[in-house]
Design a protein around this ligand. Structure first.
Ligand SMILES: CCCN1C[C@@H](O)[C@H](O)[C@@H](C(=O)O)C1
Length: 608
């Protein structure tokens, strides 16, 4: 629906890389649109694409820049593609973009973590150089995902004030490619699998923009045909199927072709995807993968690394997967926004279950919501979902973000649960109708009807949350032993956490529970006997205390510590050059608690 197919080189499709050095210019007075910057930037500097721009700079104003900013590059387009469909695919443009080619607007996109394609056939100079200009903006508001505020200082400078605990990195942070497909092309396809004895039955649908027929061919990892189908919809039988399993992945290649009935040798368009055959479901308090109850071990993460910021970094991503395997994890959450497609393909290949999260973070009016352990429902001020703009503009942006997330990720075997919000103010009456619309859309759009949820924040705990009935799985972010009753009170914190869990189980006795965040800030290298908060010893004690709770209730089916790595946040008195709750440092080296979790998790089965 959104031209979201991941770029593939096939018999009929071409890709031209557009990554590299682009020209860049800040536009603090938003004058570019009036001064013709769409034709070219007047006084640009060089920046790399993909990358966040913040940590490239040495001056504070550039690093913290908030407002409009522009990119520009030259693009040669070969004339042989004149009769094809040619577009520029941005894997992400954070947080919003307007794209111009040769001075003509060709696309706009809101949302910084999902792809879009700018069609250029009508404006391109074939066999010539074209000027590509992208006007961007990184401001936050109540109506943006993620949410926050933009403050304006006395001198007119804009400052980002996020309602979330990660740095508001922005820019062309993921790859940009020229993508070429036939005029009549495959626009989308979906699969839904089920098992029939030793076989799998795979229902498929293919969307094209033409009337020619479609064939679909499934091959195994040895390249052998295992199933074939004809028509834009149908059911394939894969005999003696090898299921996709946790940490034991198997991927089939589904190749879809538009064919010409009058000429068997003519392939009008060809596209393929690598897909694992699995089922995911909730059954009572169990989370089932292929009908077997699973226990999730892993982390909330961030796409974050030094200098690159949130810029796509396959080297760091690879190290993260190696660390995830080393520690015995089998899952992660894409906190707090959709991650790069390459991360999901890696999770497909490595057999990690992913909680795929839309960028609905900060929907609690608090600049330090991680400190807001108070009862949000007692907040005197107008709460987030009481704001009129939230029930209109924010909801529209949220629904669109869900459409684009599910459209992009629906075929991934690794995607097991949709996280539709992160720590929203779910204790307010105004939240209920908003949540219902989001949950209903996700159910409607996902062909595989995966479990849906959101992460519940302490301030909206058991008895206060008014939206949990919409969840198929209950996901809790809890910091007992850190923000709540830390240090010498850690055992008291555990008692209170147990009490809340018992209350939750009374409220939701037939649903599985996941801890999607727990832990505490830890400065690598700080040691103390006996332990004190921020020491590595305390991180071990805190995680150990929580693990005792996880092991006490068989309806807790997963534990995802916060965070895999230390990561950058907005500066403040609670952050020492960022958030230090990582089990690994920002340069991906283990803290003492990583060895504790490795011992725990490598001894725990993936299946209950
Ligand atoms: C109330 C807990 C919210 N949680 C959100 C996450 O984004 C933060 O990084 C984390 C923290 O404070 O470390 C807390």
């Amino acid at each position: 629906m959104f031209d979201s197919l991941y770029p593939r080189l096939t018999a009929t499709r071409r890709i031209q890389n557009m990554c590299g050095t682009w020209r860049f210019q800040f536009d603090p007075r938003s004058e570019g649109v009036y001064e013709g910057w769409e034709h070219g930037l007047p006084d640009p500097i060089d920046v790399p694409v993909p990358s966040s721009f913040a940590d490239l700079f040495t001056d504070k104003a550039s690093r913290e820049y908030t407002g409009d900013f522009w990119y520009e590059t030259d693009l040669f387009v070969p004339g042989e593609w004149r009769d094809a469909n040619v577009g520029i695919r941005f894997d992400a443009a954070t947080h919003r973009a307007t794209v111009y080619v040769n001075g003509v607007e060709v696309a706009r996109h809101e949302g910084g973590f999902t792809p879009f394609v700018a069609p250029i056939n009508d404006v391109v100079n074939w066999n010539g150089v074209n000027t590509v200009v992208v006007k961007m903006n990184n401001e936050l508001g109540l109506d943006t995902l993620p949410a926050g505020e933009t403050k304006i200082l006395s001198d007119g400078t804009k400052v980002c004030a996020p309602y979330f605990d990660f740095y508001n990195y922005s820019g062309l942070q993921r790859p940009v490619r020229l993508v070429v497909s036939p005029r009549e092309r495959i626009e989308d396809f979906a699969v839904v699998s089920r098992f029939d004895g030793d076989d799998a039955l795979v229902d498929y649908t293919v969307d094209t923009n033409g009337d020619h027929d479609v064939e679909i061919v499934v091959t195994d990892e040895d390249g052998m045909d295992v199933a074939r189908g004809r028509g834009k919809a149908g059911t394939l039988r894969i005999e003696n199927v090898i299921p996709w399993q946790l940490r034991n992945a198997y991927l089939y290649t589904f190749t879809v072709r538009i064919v010409d009935d009058a000429d068997d040798d003519r392939v009008i368009d060809e596209y393929y995807d690598e897909i694992g055959i699995r089922t995911i479901a909730v059954d009572g308090t169990r989370l089932l993968l292929n009908g077997r109850p699973i226990y999730l071990k892993g982390f909330g993460r961030h796409e974050d690394s030094d200098i690159h910021g949130r810029g796509f970094d396959p080297v760091m991503n690879k190290r993260d997967f190696e660390n995830l395997k080393w520690i015995g994890a089998n899952s992660f959450r894409t906190s707090h926004y959709p991650y790069a497609e390459e991360q999901l393909y890696e999770a497909d290949r490595e057999g990690f279950l992913v909680i795929d999260e839309v960028a609905a973070v900060g929907m609690m009016k608090s600049l330090v919501n991680f400190l807001d352990a108070t009862d949000a429902s007692k907040t005197k001020e107008v709460t987030f979902f009481d704001e009129p703009v939230v029930q209109t503009d924010t909801l529209a942006a949220h629904l669109q973000a869900v459409r684009e997330l599910i459209d992009r990720d629906k075929r991934h075997a690794c995607v097991g649960i949709w996280s539709l919000f992160n720590e929203p103010d779910s204790a307010s009456d105004a939240a209920v109708p908003y949540f219902r619309k989001v949950f209903d859309l996700a159910l409607d759009l996902d062909p595989q009807k995966r479990p849906r949820s959101y992460t519940n924040v302490t301030a909206c705990g058991a008895g206060k949350d008014k939206c949990h009935d919409l969840c198929d799985v209950i996901m809790l972010n809890r910091y007992n032993g850190w923000y709540v009753e830390g240090g010498v009170l850690i055992h008291e914190a555990a008692r209170h956490q147990r009490e809340e869990l018992e209350l939750w189980h009374e409220l939701e006795p037939n649903k599985p529970f996941l801890f999607t965040e727990y832990g505490g800030d830890t400065m690598a290298g700080v040691h103390k006997l006996p332990s004190v908060m921020w020491s590595e010893e305390y991180q071990v004690e805190n995680l150990t205390e929580m693990a005792t709770l996880f092991d006490a209730f068989d309806w807790i089916v997963g534990e995802q510590a916060w965070n895999l790595n230390d990561f950058q946040t907005t500066e403040g008195i609670m952050r020492v050059n960022g958030n230090k709750k990582g089990l690994f440092t920002r340069d991906r080296q283990p803290k003492m608690a990583a060895y504790y979790l490795r011992d725990r998790w490598t001894a725990m089965p993936d299946y209950l």
